[in-house]
Design a protein around this ligand. Structure first.
Ligand code: NAP
Ligand code: MG
Length: 500
């Protein structure tokens, strides 16, 4: 069945896994879709089919939710000691570290990103998320309250797992997004049904095997592969699901909210962004050039927090645009498994067409190209060159909409007043992240306060840590991922009052 065209550079272990007959993980067993249907998984560096995975539909979603329901209502996971739950999550982090290079190869093959980046970023960050959340299992506590109601009472709160959690993730960081979702939900004692992105299911399926090896009780984590409409929609609408956590586009986020109304399941959302990077004239220019280039070009711009609107003070505008353009031109665009690759292909043909379409729309609306452009020059695969646009105006689609590709709009500002540049930076339906480039402490603090965004970086961008909450203001989402705060997504608070 499988039409395998695996890059000869991958290890034999990875090649064997990719070529194996892929199964979903439901109720502690590896199973095919009830219908027997599968769908192809592509290598974006070549456009060739890598392998096939099961296509879950409603019946599979029902099976997975029933398993998670049973595991929550009757199974050991929520009843296990906090320490034992933590130990299993810790084991998963160790297994991820042990198989670091294999996961990096899978991410590179499936998503297109450079192997060299995945092995120092995606996989270690995912392992760290499991380790960090393993630590939280023993620290989820309630409080006591000196209440003033007449009489003598002892009042306290319990923090309890919310129940069965459905999680739907995108393709930009396949393993890391799975870790951000699964680790805190399981740490809280919830049971989970995770739907992987159709474009990038391989690392999530391999992660399921690690959970099995780590001793996960049946049904506590279920991992399914399928399409948004066929598998994601019935999962989001399912009456036995207590909570849905979604990462992806704002458009689909709104569908998730609607689907959740049937049983009013709880919802958390991590959605799109159009993050500003603002360079002030006192910034260390070389540092700001490297940093703002990396803000947009890291992961090929396929980051929800990509610094895609680059506001540069007019005094240094030409210098910074020239510098960022040089960085862009110097980036080696090549298949992710090529050791020299600094930027691989975009994830899919669909994404490639979308990003090239945005560059063309910017040009049609009057923008100029300072670097890159719509033609990649690479013969096959979904490659786009890192692109810098100037001469845009705030109304253009390239300035307003999330491109999700390596395309930045550089815009000068001359304002002496901080308020004016803040107003422009905040002029977006999104509010996920922002970066500020300055050596002036007052500017750094004032702008950080004034930005309507869930994350502000000063003199850096794309710095993530399992301990730091991450999430959006405005239409960038509801709730936070990571840090202690993410636990709020997966816990209910119960107030207990005892008359003494
Ligand atoms: P998407 O369409 O929002 O997909 C995200 C996840 O939701 C995928 O697993 C998808 O399944 C699933 N899904 C799609 N329609 C659904 C529905 N009606 N009900 C339930 N689940 C559904 O995002 P995408 O297609 O991967 O990318 C489109 C755009 O989203 C990007 O260009 C970018 O702007 C944005 N995006 C944002 C982030 C982020 O981190 N904030 C990440 C990725 C993408 P399929 O796998 O079948 O699509
Ligand atoms: Mg999609």
């Amino acid at each position: 069945m499988a039409t395998i065209a695996i890059d000869p550079r991958v290890s034999s272990g990875t090649a064997d896994f990719v070529a194996s007959s892929h199964k979903m993980f439901i109720d502690g067993r590896f199973v095919a879709a009830a219908s027997g249907k599968t769908f192809p998984v592509y290598n974006p560096a070549t456009g060739e089919v890598l392998t096939h995975v099961p296509e879950a539909e409603s019946e599979d979603v029902n099976r997975a939710v029933a398993a998670a329901r049973r595991a929550f209502d009757e199974g050991p996971w929520p009843r296990m000691s906090a320490s034992e739950r933590g130990r299993i999550l810790w084991r998963v982090s160790e297994l991820l570290e042990k198989h670091n290079d294999e996961f990096a190869e899978l991410e590179s093959l499936d998503n297109g990103k450079p192997f060299s980046v995945a092995r120092i970023a995606d996989v270690p960050l995912a392992a760290d998320m499991f380790r960090y959340m393993a630590g939280w299992t023993t620290k989820i506590t309630g409080r006591t309250f000196p209440i003033s109601f007449p009489g003598d009472f002892h009042s306290y709160t319990l923090r309890e797992p919310i129940g069965v959690v459905a999680q739907i993730i995108p393709w930009n960081f396949p393993l890391l997004m799975a870790a951000w979702k699964v680790a805190p939900a399981l740490a809280a004692g919830c049971t989970v049904v995770l739907k992987l992105a159709e474009q990038t299911p391989l690392s999530g399926l391999r992660l399921a095997q690690l959970f099995d090896e780590a001793g996960m009780p049946p049904g506590a984590l279920n991992v399914i592969t399928g399409f948004g409409e066929g598998a994601g929609a019935p999962l989001a609408a399912h009456d036995d699901v207590d909570k849905i956590a979604f990462t992806g586009s704002t458009e689909v986020g709104k569908l998730i909210v609607k689907a959740a109304t049937g049983n009013l399941k709880k919802v958390s959302l991590e959605l799109g962004g159009k993050s500003p990077a603002i360079v002030f004239p006192d910034a260390r220019i070389d540092h700001a050039i490297q940093g703002t280039a990396s803000a947009i070009f890291f992961n090929h711009g396929q980051c929800c927090c990509a610094g895609s609107r680059l506001y540069i003070h007019e005094k240094i505008f030409d210098q910074v645009v020239e510098g960022v353009s040089h960085v862009a031109e110097d980036i080696k665009v090549a298949p992710g498994l090529d050791p020299s690759s600094q930027m691989g292909p975009l994830v899919s043909d669909e994404q490639y067409k979308k990003v090239v379409g945005y560059i063309e729309s910017g040009l049609a609306e009057g923008a100029h190209i300072a670097a890159g452009g719509p033609v990649s020059g690479v013969e096959r695969g979904y490659f786009v060159r890192p692109t810098v646009l100037t001469g845009t105006n705030p109304k253009m689609k390239v300035v307003q909409e999330e491109i999700f590709g390596p395309v930045v709009c550089a815009v000068p500002f001359s304002d002496k007043e901080l308020d004016a540049i803040l107003k422009r930076a905040n002029d977006s339906i999104y509010g996920l992240a922002a970066s500020v480039w300055t050596d002036n402490l007052t500017i750094a603090h004032k702008v950080s306060r004034g930005l309507r965004a869930g994350t502000v970086w000063v003199n850096c961008h794309n710095v993530f840590d399992a301990a730091l909450p991450f999430g959006g203001y405005k239409q960038s989402g509801w709730g936070r991922e990571m840090g202690e705060e993410v636990l709020n997504n997966y816990l209910e608070t119960k107030a207990v009052t005892i008359a003494l």
